[in-house]
Write a new protein. Structure first.
Length: 91
């Protein structure tokens, strides 16, 4: 649930800048417990699958960390985007 919430916030920020999730080129996903990797992966597949279909998705790195800034957080996501890049056009 946290991963989807973060991805939706990233989408809103990109849309406010005139872009969308198709402009994301790279994600770095931090999890406080590697056991969450399957749920985070599922959230990523659901999120991008609904928006980009079976086309190209952003590159992604998953990193397990000892802790995040707030104990209730289990995932943090850094997104790198370029408004002049459209993953829907990637082959």
């Amino acid at each position: 649930a946290q991963a989807l919430a973060v991805l939706r916030k990233i989408q809103a920020l990109l849309e406010a800048a005139g872009g969308g999730v198709h402009n994301i080129t790279k994600l770095v996903v931090y999890v406080s417990d590697i056991a969450h990797k399957e749920a985070v992966g599922r959230a990523r597949r659901d999120f991008f699958g609904e928006r980009l279909g079976a086309g190209a998705w952003p590159a992604s790195t998953l990193v397990a960390v000892q802790a995040l800034v707030f104990p209730e957080l289990v995932v943090e996501i850094d997104a790198f985007a370029r408004l002049d890049t459209d993953l829907r056009q990637a082959t």
